[in-house]
Design a protein around this ligand. Structure first.
Ligand SMILES: NC(=O)c1ccc[n+]([C@@H]2O[C@H](COP(=O)([O-])OP(=O)(O)OC[C@H]3O[C@@H](n4cnc5c(N)ncnc54)[C@H](OP(=O)(O)O)[C@@H]3O)[C@@H](O)[C@H]2O)c1
Length: 317
C-alpha cells in the first residue's frame, strides 16, 4: 500500500489507516465480535496498513484492548494514533471534552497502560474543550507529555481552520483528524487551506459515510437501537435517498473500473489536496480488503474528474 510522509514528522503513513471505533462494540449494532475485529486488524497488517486509530471512548477502552491483543508485539512496529480528553460520562451524563491538564495526563497514562506502550506515536485531542480550559493550557499539557517521552507527536480532531491556526502557533501540531467523504465535504474550503498552508496532515475520518457509500444500504434500511445509524439523519428520508442516488452512480463507475464501490469512494478522499490518509472503519477482513483496493486508484486524476461529475450531478458539495 502507498505511504505518505506525515508532514513535519518522521512518520510515513499508509494511505489507509484502520479506524477502531466499531471494535469498541458500542454504537455500532449487535454484530461486532472481538474475533472478527482481531482478524480485521491482522488483515490490515497483511494489506500494508501501518497505522491504527483508536480512542479511550471507543467502547470505553475495549477497542484499545482488542487492538493491543490483535497486534501483539507488532504494536511497536506500527503507528497507533489515539486520542485524549473525552470523559465518557461528563457533567450531563453524556460524553464531554475535558481538556484540563490533569485530565489530559491521566487519560494519556491510562491509554499507555491499555495499549501496552511506553510512548504514543500520535496523540490527538478528540474534540474541542467543553469545560472552558484555554487551548494554550491544554496544548501545554500535551507538550509536557512529549517532553517526558510519553508522546511522540501531537494532533487535533474536529477543530476549525481558525482554531487550527491558533493551535499551530502554540504547539507543534502535526495532524488534524476531520470528517471528509463525498457526502460530507465541509473540509473543502478554509480548513483545507489551513492544512495546506500550515503543513498539517489531514487525516480524513468517516470516509464511507458510516457504510452508506459502500452501496450496501439500498432501499429501506433499518438498524437496531444499539447502532447510531438508527438516529443518524443521513440514514433517513430525503438525505438517505440522496446518498443512495449518489452511491448508485458511484457503483456504476466503480464497476467500469473493476473496483468495489467503497474503494472508489475512499480513493477520492485519499487524493484530496492536503489529505495525508483516510481512516476507515471495518468490522470484518472482507470489508477492509474491499476498501484497500482504493490504493490502486491513488494518483489517478481522470478518475476523480468522473467522480466529481457524479457528485455535481447530485448537488456537489
Ligand atoms: N476523531 C473523531 O472524532 C472521529 C469521529 C468518527 C470516526 N473517527 C475515526 O474514523 C474511523 C472511520 O470512521 P467510521 O468507522 O465512523 O465510518 P466509515 O469508515 O465511513 O464506515 C465504517 C463502517 O462502514 C461499514 N463498511 C466498511 N467497509 C465496508 C465495505 N467494504 N462494505 C460494506 N460496508 C462496509 C462497516 O459497518 P457495517 O458493516 O455495520 O455497515 C464499518 O464499520 C473510526 O473508526 C474512527 O477511528 C474519528
Amino acid at each position: 500500500m502507498h505511504t505518505r510522509p506525515l508532514p513535519g514528522t518522521d512518520l510515513s503513513l499508509s494511505v489507509l489507516g484502520l479506524g477502531c471505533w466499531a471494535m469498541g462494540g458500542l454504537y455500532w449494532g449487535d454484530d461486532v465480535r472481538d474475533e472478527d475485529s482481531i482478524a480485521t486488524v491482522r488483515a490490515a497488517l497483511d494489506l500494508g496498513v501501518n497505522w491504527f486509530d483508536t480512542a479511550p471512548l471507543y467502547g470505553e477502552g475495549h477497542a484499545d484492548a482488542v487492538l493491543a491483543r490483535a497486534l501483539g508485539d507488532r504494536r511497536h512496529e506500527v503507528v497507533i494514533a489515539t486520542k485524549v480528553g473525552v470523559r465518557a460520562r461528563g457533567r450531563h451524563g453524556h460524553a464531554e471534552s475535558d481538556l484540563s491538564p490533569a485530565h489530559i495526563r491521566a487519560d494519556a497514562e491510562a491509554s499507555l497502560r491499555r495499549l501496552g506502550l511506553d510512548c504514543i506515536p500520535l496523540l490527538q485531542i478528540h474534540w474541542p474543550c467543553e469545560r472552558g480550559t484555554p487551548l494554550a493550557d491544554s496544548l501545554g499539557a500535551l507538550v509536557r507529555l512529549q517532553e517526558d517521552g510519553l508522546v511522540r507527536h501531537i494532533g487535533l480532531c474536529n477543530y476549525s481552520a481558525e482554531a487550527l491556526r491558533e493551535a499551530r502557533a502554540l504547539a507543534p501540531v502535526v495532524s488534524l483528524q476531520t470528517p471528509l467523504s463525498l457526502l460530507r465535504r465541509a473540509f473543502e474550503g478554509p480548513l483545507q487551506r489551513a492544512c495546506v498552508d500550515l503543513g498539517v496532515g489531514a487525516l480524513a475520518y468517516e470516509p464511507l459515510c458510516r457504510g452508506l457509500l459502500t452501496g450496501r444500504y439500498q432501499g429501506a434500511v433499518s438498524f437496531p437501537d444499539t447502532d447510531q445509524r438508527s438516529w443518524d439523519e443521513r440514514f433517513q428520508g430525503a438525505r438517505l435517498r440522496h446518498g443512495q442516488g449518489l452511491t448508485a452512480d458511484l457503483a456504476r463507475a466503480a464497476a467500469r473500473l473493476g473496483v468495489p464501490t467503497a474503494a472508489l469512494a475512499l480513493g477520492w478522499v485519499i487524493d484530496r489536496e492536503g489529505v495525508t490518509a483516510a481512516v476507515v472503519g471495518a468490522k470484518r477482513p472482507a470489508q477492509l480488503r474491499q476498501s484497500a483496493q482504493a490504493d490502486r486508484l491513488v494518483g489517478r486524476p481522470r478518475v476523480w474528474s468522473v467522480v466529481d461529475r457524479i457528485a455535481s450531478l447530485h448537488g456537489g458539495s
